[in-house]
Design a protein around this ligand. Structure first.
Ligand code: GAL
Length: 333
């Protein structure tokens, strides 16, 4: 049985390799997860653009499991893809798989999240420090100034390099206020795997520890903000505490309309996914598309491109997220 499966996979590998050509490249897209709404859009836009350019995309999603994602990438390598596009669950665990790609001379593009300490060819993302700065400044400019402001901080997955960059951006704004004694951090923690239930647990722990007087919760994304807001709802505090987020998920935009979430950071995914498909096809054809920036991943300065982000609250929801066609106004009611 095992041998039959192995030979079937081998056949598929040869088939993909046989169809791969400079004009019709095969792209391997390895995703950490498809759980958050955003990654489904990334996948769909990326695939549509790549197909428009004559490429085939093989998509794998690892369900937040490092072992599975390394296996996914290795199977894409053995299927003979021309280029790999990877959203790593863990930017350090993925190093091993990238080394296998290097050995097979398959170029690698890190998408949205950086892969560290290995030779990747490109890094395409948003300005992740700016995301954190947008969250930090939104909260900072709305905190009480007649007394010490009371803040809770919920960071993202500790395995995701982006989560560290979001925190760094928040620190750029909040750090000086905390140092000056204007803001007190009542509780802070990292939400494992970006799971909403972990956001909720951290918020529950914060309320238990610090009580109900909380001015703001700086949360790094919409999924975990949803969890935190659930905890606030159960305490009758939703809408009374400022909560930040990121991704402009539909549920988050609805919460912004209803007033239980104050802001999100809109990342025009269409721009990033379209760009990534174009770069991937170009790289597969042996070209070296121009980058606008570089980022040190520990072993090299990786050619990078960073897309812009937009801070969104109830005042500009229509003129940004809706005007861009990201969500329909009718769905935000
Ligand atoms: C980050 C990503 C965010 C958010 C989070 C959870 O790396 O930049 O947009 O969705 O992962 O998937």
């Amino acid at each position: 049985m095992k041998t039959r499966l192995a030979s079937a996979l081998l056949f598929l590998g040869f088939a993909a390799a046989a169809f791969a050509s400079k004009e019709k490249p095969v792209i391997g897209l390895s995703l950490d997860t498809l759980k958050e709404e955003r990654w489904q859009r990334d996948r769909d836009t990326f695939t549509a653009e790549a197909q428009k350019l004559g490429a085939t995309v093989i998509v794998q999603s690892a369900n937040s499991d490092d072992t599975r994602q390394v296996r996914d990438v290795e199977s894409l390598i053995s299927r003979g893809v021309d280029v790999l596009v990877i959203v790593p669950h863990n930017g350090e665990a993925m190093t091993r798989a990238v080394k296998s790609a290097n050995d097979a001379k398959i170029p690698v593009i890190a998408y949205d999240r950086l892969i560290k300490n290995c030779a990747i060819d490109y890094y395409l993302s948003f300005d992740n420090v700016k995301v954190g700065e947008a969250q930090g400044s939104y909260a900072a400019s709305r905190l009480p100034s007649d007394r010490k402001a009371r803040l809770v901080r919920i960071y993202g997955a500790p395995t995701d390099n982006n989560a560290k960059m979001f925190k760094q951006g928040q620190d750029n704004i909040l750090g000086p206020l905390i140092k000056a004694g204007k803001v007190e951090v009542l509780h802070e923690d990292w939400a494992l795997d970006w799971k909403p239930e972990n956001g909720k647990k951290i918020m529950n722990a914060a309320i238990t520890k610090a009580g109900r007087t909380i001015d703001a919760v700086v949360v790094s994304n919409d999924g975990t903000a949803g969890g935190a807001i659930q905890a606030l709802l159960e305490e009758g505090l939703a809408g009374k505490v400022l909560v930040t987020g990121q991704d402009a998920d539909l549920a988050a935009c609805q919460r912004i309309q209803r007033g239980t979430q104050a802001m999100t950071v809109y990342k025009p995914l269409k721009n990033l996914a379209t760009l990534a498909a174009r770069v991937a096809v170009d790289v597969a054809k042996g070209n070296k598309p121009a980058a606008t920036s570089t980022l040190d991943n520990g072993v090299k300065k990786v050619p990078s491109i960073f897309e812009k982000v937009i801070s969104v609250d109830r005042d500009n929801l229509m003129s940004t997220v809706v005007a861009d066609g990201f969500h329909k106004a009718a769905d935000l009611k």
